[in-house]
Every structure is written in C-alpha cells, then in structure tokens.
Design a protein around this ligand. Structure first.
Ligand code: FAD
Length: 246
C-alpha cells in the first residue's frame, strides 16, 4: 500500500492558457515511475482540505524529479496550478500498472487531451527500439502537444476533426503492429472498433475517488467481471473491455 506523502514542488510553470507542468522532488519514488502509472495529488490549501485527491499520470522522470502535465479544469487542478517552488503538496503514488514495452515494432500512439502525458513518457522509452507514430487530438489548439499528426475539433490547430478519422489509412501506411492509447473512453472504444485485430493497450481515464481500490467507484466491464481502473489498471488490454456496456 503506497504511503501518503508531502512532496516538495521543484517547479510549476504554465505551458499555455490551460495547461501547466508540475515537477516534484521525489528521490525515492522517481525510479519506481513507469509510463501508465499515476499519482493522486492535492494542493495544501484550506479550500482543498476536505476535497478528494486528483489522479494525474506521470509525464516523465528526470533524476530525482517527477513531472506531470495538467489541464486546469476544476477546483482540484486549478489549486495545483497555483503551487509555488519550495512549497509541498500531498501525494500518493506511484499508483496503478504500466504499459508493457516492446522492441522492433511499428508502434502507434493515440492520445486525446490529457491522455498525451503518459504516452509522451512511453514514447521516450520506446523510440530507441521501435518506429513510433504518435497521433494526438484535442478540443482546441491549447490541447496540442508534440506528435506526428494533430487533430482539433475546432480546427484551431492541426487537422480539423477527430484523432481517429484517418486511423484506417495510418494503420495500413505505417504497417502498425501494436497500438497504445490514452484518452476519453469513446476515443479508445473507437480505436478498438477500427483495429480489433491489432494488439492494443489502453490507459483509461475513469472518474476516480479513492485511487486505492477501496471504493470501487472507477470500475469498468472487463472480461467476465468489473475491474477497478485505479487498482487493476489504469492500463488494460483494450480487447478485454466489454465496449458494448460502456
Ligand atoms: C488515471 C488518470 C490519469 C489522469 N492523468 C491526467 C493528467 O496527466 N493530466 C490531467 O490534466 N488530467 C489527468 N486526469 C484527469 C484529472 O484527474 C481530472 O481532470 C481532475 O480530476 C479534475 O479535477 P478538478 O477538481 O480540477 O475538476 P472537477 O471539478 O473534478 O472536474 C472538472 C470537469 O472535468 C470532468 N472530469 C473530472 N474528472 C474526469 C475524468 N477522469 N474523466 C473525464 N472527465 C472528468 C468533470 O466531470 C467536470 O466536468 C487523469 C485521470 C485519471 C483517472
């Protein structure tokens, strides 16, 4: 069982109007972090005292530091955006499982919105030994991060439309062997529907309360059962998910 910690903020900087990057000092935890894993984070403000922790994926690791790329969309993430270097915040982690790694494959990464950070981290680990194609989509320009092909719903950056719209062509052109995805459930379900025969590992962004497997608030239909995204995932074999029940 991971311990609840107070971690020191090394840096917290705005990336654009919606996103910020948070770096935490965590010498004993940084070596344990793998792509797909997440932390439960909470700012130490009076307003956040009785609020739930927020699940945030590990976006990268550098020496003793762990980075997170966060979209400030509500009270929890906005409070995290205000933390200052030298302050501490509450953290639990690293939590969850990680993406299985491969070698010598044509890899497709498909991310949507805040699904980019764990796949950016995964790309860093896979790129030496695989050929990577990363496609990424979001609502607008601020959601777009480095990738091979970007899509926005409002057309303000990249191609106008959904990240899945050119998928059949990309699968053929790049001769894709394996897919990794992270983003909204409908996006992941669409990828699985288009490519049911290609191995596909997906990190799910379910609504989450405790983050430790106790409350069962984040279950998804997997195999013949229901599994907890926080404790049994967040990474699942997309073929095992009963998409018709989501
Ligand atoms: C495993 C996991 C990893 C995540 N990693 C990241 C990350 O790296 N970066 C990042 O910015 N965010 C990430 N998220 C999403 C992040 O946890 C939520 O945006 C955050 O909890 C919102 O909290 P809030 O108090 O700011 O806003 P709230 O007031 O709680 O929510 C604001 C709005 O976002 C919606 N919302 C909240 N949580 C989710 C969710 N899980 N899925 C869909 N909609 C949601 C709410 O319905 C509401 O409309 C992740 C979520 C999970 C489950």
């Amino acid at each position: 069982m991971p311990r609840f910690l107070e971690l020191k903020v090394a840096d917290c900087k705005r990336l654009n109007a919606d996103y910020f990057e948070l770096w935490l000092e965590a010498p004993s935890l940084a070596p344990l972090c793998k792509p797909g894993m997440f932390f439960e984070l909470k700012a130490q403000t009076a307003a956040q005292e009785r609020k739930l922790f927020k699940p945030i994926s590990v976006a990268g690791v550098l020496n003793d530091r762990i980075s997170f790329i966060i979209k400030a969309i509500g009270p929890g993430t906005r409070a995290l955006a205000e933390v200052q270097p030298g302050e501490t915040l509450f953290a639990l982690g690293p939590l969850g499982n990680d993406f299985p790694l491969v070698e010598g494959k044509n890899v497709l990464l498909v991310s949507g919105g805040v699904g980019w950070p764990p796949l950016g981290f995964l790309s860093d680990l896979l790129k030496e030994r695989n050929k990577i194609t990363h496609i990424h989509g979001g609502a607008g320009a601020s959601d777009i991060f480095p990738c091979d092909r970007a899509y926005t719903v409002d057309g303000s950056a990249g191609e106008k439309g959904l990240v899945t719209q050119d998928l059949p062509q990309i699968l053929t052109d790049q001769n894709i062997d394996i897919i990794y995805s992270c983003g909204p459930l409908p996006m992941i379900g669409a990828v699985q529907k288009i490519a049911p025969k290609i191995p596909h590992f997906a990190s799910l962004e379910a609504y989450m309360a405790c983050g430790l497997g106790a409350c069962h608030g984040c279950v998804v239909p997997v195999g013949e059962s229901y599994l907890r995204v926080c404790a049994d995932g967040p990474v699942f074999n997309a073929a095992d998910i009963r998409w018709e029940e989501i």
